[in-house]
Design a protein around this ligand. Sequence first.
Ligand code: BG6
Length: 484
Amino acid sequence: LNLPSCDFVIFGTKGDLAKRKLFPSLYRLDKANKLYDNTRIIGVGRADWNKKKYLNIIKEYLKKFMKEKIENFIWTKFSNRLEFCNIDVNNMSDFAQLKKILNDPEKVIINYFAMPPNTFSAICRGLGAFNLNNNMSRIIIEKPLGSSFKTSQIINNQVAKYFQESQIFRIDHYLGKETVLNLLSLRFANSLFSKNWDNNTIDHIQITVAEEVGIEGRWKYFNEFGQMRDMVQNHLLQLLSIIAMEQPINFHADSIRNEKVKVLQSLSLIKDSDINKKTVIGQYTSGYLHGKVIPSYLDENGSNKKSNTETFVSLRVDIDNIRWKGVPFYLRTGKRLPCKCSEIVIFFKKITLNFFSEHLQSLPQNKLIIRLEPNEGLDIQILNKIPSLNLVHVLKSTKLDFCYSKNENFKHLPSAYERLLLECMLGMQSLFVRRDEVEEAWKWVDSIIYTWEKHVKYPELYSAGTWGPLLSNNMIIRDGRFWS
Ligand code: BG6
């Protein structure tokens, strides 16, 4: 790898994202020798911290948010890269101080906007005023990129005034997860799957992203967004587009993103008359999770006790193209479900002529289960004969099981942010979301939210620790299928 010489600027050094994800990931990249020798990490924030104080603070973040211990040798190397710059992003002239630090025209500058989107415009203006948006400069921005098509356009337009699309890296951390990266290899490097990935062989696909956590002190943000905007618009639709896209002509960022965007453009709109058949929204009430009492959504810290925001969504999604005509994708995601568990399950069609039926055996479907979490890996469920002297072939569904953690060569799974920060340093955009992807996803999500506003005023209640409202089961059972 030709690591670039770069400076990494983090706007929002004191924020949660920087503490939990960015500093630990940069530390690990340094440990893996993936930071160029002269790379610096410049924290931007409003504080009169001197260098010593700043280093102490970052060390505390690392101690708190990394599972592994800080190694002295790595810390010495890492801490030499750290600098702090006291800037009020709303005060344009403050950016002069940053300009002083970023004084090497040969270096790539990566500006991570780890701040709310209503600050993006001011940050861009400040960078622009000091020519820090030149072609050596990149920005990383993260959701929420708007709460609708219109508001996302406003954000995209604001940053586009100062940066070209090739300089803008929109993060969706799901795209950096190893198991999601593996979807490309799984689909396009294995003829077993590449030749059996359409409506001839696949019956339906389920994507579940279940979370155990609730709102984690983010009630105000979450209540405005809800699970549809917080999880479906980005993470679940990204998973769906990788599962459903055609093979890109090559690995270039735009080749991959062109294919994903076509899927998003082919998502079938849900008619008003189908909204209750094809969508279910829920909100958790109090319940039990692992023996602990969990308060309801309306009793979470900071709640205003009255809200129709959904904490659970399930959807039947159809894709209007030749490959997927007739193959529904069922999506479900929610907070306070029984476990943190994300998986994509491909259900293959049943054998049309059951050769075993004379022995009264029905044949369950073959399944490919791609586990994003926990126990990252995959299972293939196939039918095998149970060994015996029985003259009748007795069949049993058996798992071919691959689990990353059980395999020496696959044990180390870099975190999503490590991967994404590295790709950005290298200027590679394929794991970042292009403007048209974000906007197409919003258009489709908006159409559903708009229909909910007209026809589905209240979310169904479900107890914390369960798999969402019963209606979500009914939705899939009505189609003759079951959640996996
Ligand atoms: C974030 C959402 O984007 O993803 C959170 O804002 C959610 O609400 C989180 O909990 C889930 O990410 P992961 O990687 O833990 O599945």
